[in-house]
Design a protein. Structure first.
Length: 120
């Protein structure tokens, strides 16, 4: 069965929510996570710390270069994700709509590349 990445597209406005504003979102995401588990679609999920906490590693030139944060200049960034396993893209898109409502943000859906061992 194919796997999909549901990426939460976040921005600075979500980081400005008060605890009282964020609590209903946490509860909705918890309920969505439980639904995924009960349906057997759950693989893995997680929220990410803000982009300023990131370290970029580049070892392409032989020497390892570490840099604080990402170099991409954007107002949106990856805020969290789910990895789900469902029969097809239509199911993934329906779940992404529910995820978007739960986390109060945009959700990008992207399939994982097919594993050649799955075809055997």
């Amino acid at each position: 069965m194919p796997k999909y990445l549901l990426s939460v597209v976040d921005d600075e406005s979500s980081r400005k929510r008060t605890a009282d504003q964020a609590q209903p979102i946490f509860e909705a995401v918890d309920a969505f996570n439980e639904k995924l588990r009960q349906e057997g679609s759950w693989v893995f999920a997680g929220g990410l710390a803000e982009p300023a906490t990131a370290t970029t590693v580049d070892a392409r030139g032989g020497e390892v270069v570490l840099a604080d944060g990402p170099f991409v200049e954007t107002k949106e960034y990856l805020g969290g994700f789910w990895v789900i396993q469902v029969p097809d893209l239509d199911v993934a898109l329906k779940l992404a709509a529910q995820a978007s409502r739960a986390c109060d943000g945009k959700v990008e859906v992207r399939p994982f590349e097919a594993d050649p061992q799955d075809a055997e």
